[in-house]
Design a protein around this ligand. Structure first.
Ligand SMILES: NC(=O)c1ccc[n+]([C@@H]2O[C@H](COP(=O)([O-])OP(=O)(O)OC[C@H]3O[C@@H](n4cnc5c(N)ncnc54)[C@H](O)[C@@H]3O)[C@@H](O)[C@H]2O)c1
Length: 404
């Protein structure tokens, strides 16, 4: 694996990533006439972009709330769009395929889109959806590279300006235990933050062999760096997002290492160890590994402050101990309950006109952290936040020969 750290300092202000996002996207702004008002009980007409594992799974959860109606779907492969269309009783004329099938979907009458495609496609598809005046429900990770993160931040801002809801589906951010614990940290209950640990040991399998043809890639994208962003972006983002949420700031620099030792079949890396340094000397120590079956999966973030400790595990407990303890509790089936809360709140935000879209900028920030970890790891060295933001190169997969 070759290093692709950008180490030129082009003078981009390290706090300017949201402000500079417009230049990275060239988005159209949705005409106000495209945006309509809703009643609290009104069903939203939905289009699904990406009819794979997560798309089909989450489509049913949307349906089960009784607040949505599926009216269109798109997948690169026509048979997948058709199978999902049959399942969701979508008119045959509104099932689209090919790389640009989502554009035809957006041309039709619908209120919102649910984007469940490989991460590389998220910025382009989300930007087009906002430009078409659709509310956006988006799977993590939001992007694979810096321009993609900036694009999503800009799409979130444009959505707000155009009275559209834009929600990124991190389950932890939808959980009341996490919300309350992090609220307390931000209120100062831990005192000065000193050291954080963000870990992602994962035994969930290598997701099979890498694709052997370009045609296979849209459906077997995990191993393709430019489509997934590597394991660290595609999966370990879950723990970095919590760390970034708690830290509530951008790091000054990161230095790291890692490699591919355990999963010989992988074309991406299977372990990373990266330290992030924040202003005031706060440090987050991050590790992620694709480990052997039987090891407990964790999406863990623990932060030590001068006056207390917060501990959070997606598959376990959330609590604070110290001068101002918070008992917290067990997160239960967060994989499902977090998605359901996001689905229910998405409808509420639309129905009640809440367009703050806080998850867009927050996800851009944490996704930048994951990209930073990859760059520090690949280069086995250091990268500053300023250098990261100057990395304007895009990861580009080989899509030659795929149907438009
Ligand atoms: N806990 C979570 O939040 C969680 C869990 C699983 C997956 N996800 C995310 O959901 C997304 C999808 O993952 P998945 O596991 O469903 O993958 P998948 O491969 O099962 O499904 C992706 C689908 O998108 C289709 N596709 C690819 N490129 C396309 C394009 N340009 N236009 C239209 N369709 C296209 C593929 O054919 C495939 O059917 C990823 O971003 C992943 O990280 C999130």
């Amino acid at each position: 694996m070759t290093g692709n750290r950008c180490d030129r300092n082009t003078g981009v202000n390290r706090r300017s990533f949201v402000a500079s996002a417009g230049a990275a996207t060239g988005l159209l702004i949705a005409a106000p006439s495209l945006v309509k008002g809703y009643q609290a009980n009104e069903k939203l007409a939905l289009g699904l972009i990406g009819c794979g594992g997560r798309g089909n799974w989450i489509a049913k959860l949307f349906q089960d709330t009784g607040k949505y109606q599926w009216v269109a779907c798109a997948d690169y492969y026509p048979d997948r769009a058709n199978a999902t269309g049959d399942q969701l009783k979508i008119d045959a004329a509104r099932r689209y395929s090919g790389l640009s099938g989502y554009k035809q979907l957006l041309d039709g009458q619908l209120d919102a889109v649910v984007i469940e495609t490989p991460p590389y496609f998220h910025p382009e598809q989300a930007a087009a959806a906002v430009a078409a005046g659709k509310h956006v429900f988006l799977a993590k990770p939001i992007a694979v590279d810096v321009p993609g993160c900036l694009s999503i931040a800009e799409s979130g801002k444009l959505a707000t300006e155009n009275k559209l809801v834009f929600l990124v589906d991190f389950q932890t951010r939808a959980n009341e235990l996490y919300r309350e614990a992090v609220r307390r940290v931000h209120a100062g209950d831990l005192g000065k933050l000193v050291l954080g640990e963000a870990h992602y040991p994962w035994s969930g399998g290598s997701r099979g062999p890498a694709p052997t043809s370009v045609e296979e890639q849209p459906g077997n994208w995990y191993h393709v760096l430019a489509l997934s962003g590597d394991f660290v972006v595609e999966q370990a983002i879950h723990s970095l997002d919590v760390a970034s949420w708690i830290a509530n700031a951008e790091p000054v620099r990161a230095w790291g290492t890692g490699g591919r030792s355990l999963r010989a079949e992988n074309t991406i890396w299977d372990h990373f160890a990266v330290n992030f340094e924040y202003p005031d000397g706060f440090i987050i120590s991050f590790t992620a590994i694709q480990t052997i079956p039987g090891v407990k999966d964790e999406i863990r973030c623990r932060v030590f402050g001068a006056d207390g400790v917060i501990d959070t595990d997606y598959f376990g407990d959330v609590w604070i101990r110290g001068q101002k303890p918070y008992e917290g509790g067990n997160t239960g089936s967060l994989y499902t309950t977090g998605a359901v809360t996001n689905i229910v709140e998405f409808h509420q935000f639309v129905a009640t006109g809440q367009y703050a879209n806080e998850t867009a900028a927050a996800s851009a920030r944490s996704n930048l952290l994951a990209v930073m970890a990859r760059k520090a790891g690949y280069s086995q060295g250091e990268i500053t936040w300023q250098q990261l933001l100057a990395c304007t190169e895009r990861l580009e997969p080989n899509l030659k020969g795929l149907r438009a």
